[in-house]
Design a protein around this ligand. Structure first.
Ligand SMILES: Nc1ncnc2c1ncn2[C@@H]1O[C@H](COP(=O)(O)OP(=O)(O)OP(=O)(O)O)[C@@H](O)[C@H]1O
Ligand SMILES: [Mg+2]
Length: 270
């Protein structure tokens, strides 16, 4: 399997430095569903203005872990999260924090595009109205701005009042990303956002993510190792609930330290 990687020299020539500041620090996170210990003592940084990919075989805990970052596991009655996910000056896992505010700051997009069965503009504007924005001009400006950030504006600007369900799968997924961006998050969580899409839609979204990381911090679960290698600055390899290896994507793919990582990236299992 050929995986294209930037070399250190190319990064250097592009003016990229190796590290960006840490935006979220995960310490000793354990997640259980009843007695099933699904995520085991995970410790890792999530760097600002970077893309962090979570990879690993099915059932290794990627979705469980990413959902804990904006407390989506709260919606699963049997789920219990322990440890610290430090963001700004608080622990995201603290029961006292305002999860509605948290999910505005840390938005999430799922595997299956899930637009509301409403018009394209309402998809962007309903969450804004729910958040208390009623100024018509601001709503329209935010709609245009969010759709431009995912390169969807030109495709839909003449049919904003048409149903979002009439868009293609790839367009629907970009609309869902735009809907999250409209709330002005600082972090975007994406759980296999392109796995239901064709290669052209996938590469459009990958292109947009490389643009979006200039303004946002992105965490993406992917089964596609070429995708991780193409777009992620950092990669975390999970196996059986444990974070086996974390590092710069190019290091993890070229010089994995652990045997399980080497086996997985060379396609020997998973
Ligand atoms: N809602 C749930 N209720 C109970 N157990 C769950 C739930 N979601 C996941 N699990 C269990 O937690 C473990 C991790 O699952 P998770 O969905 O996080 O894996 P994953 O790495 O995202 O897998 P995939 O690549 O297939 O999406 C599995 O044992 C799974 O059965
Ligand atoms: Mg999953």
């Amino acid at each position: 399997m050929m995986i294209q990687l930037n070399t250190k020299m190319e990064n250097f020539m592009n003016g990229q430095t190796d590290e960006t500041p840490i935006q979220i620090q995960v310490n000793h996170v354990n997640i259980y569903y009843g007695s099933n210990h699904a995520v085991k003592d995970v410790n890792m940084p999530i760097h600002r203005n970077s893309i962090t990919a979570l990879i690993g075989p099915s059932g290794c805990g990627k979705s469980t872990f990413i959902r804990s970052i904006n407390r989506m596991n709260d919606l699963i009655p049997s789920a219990r999260c322990e440890g610290e996910i430090n963001y700004r000056d608080y622990n995201i896992l603290n029961k006292k924090i305002d999860v509605v505010q948290l999910r505005k700051e840390i938005g999430m997009v799922f595997q299956q595009p899930n637009p509301f069965p409403k018009s394209i503009s309402e998809n962007i504007q309903l969450p804004l109205k729910f958040a208390g924005v009623h100024n018509k001009r601001l709503l329209n400006e935010t709609t245009e701005d969010s759709l431009k950030q995912v390169a969807l504006w030109d495709e839909v600007k003449d049919r904003l009042d048409h149903s979002a369900t009439g868009l293609s799968g790839g367009q629907q997924q970009r609309l869902c990303i735009a809907r999250a961006l409209a709330l002005k998050p600082s972090v975007l969580l994406l759980d296999e956002p392109t796995s239901a899409l064709d290669p052209v839609s996938t590469s459009k979204i990958e292109e947009q993510l490389l643009e979006l990381k200039k303004k946002y911090t992105i965490v993406i679960v992917t089964h596609n190792m070429q995708q991780a290698a193409r777009i992620a600055d950092y990669t975390a390899f999970f196996y059986q609930g444990e974070l086996v290896e974390f590092g710069h994507t190019k290091d993890l793919f070229t010089h994995p330290v652990k045997k399980a990582t080497a086996d997985y990236i060379s396609g020997r299992f998973g």
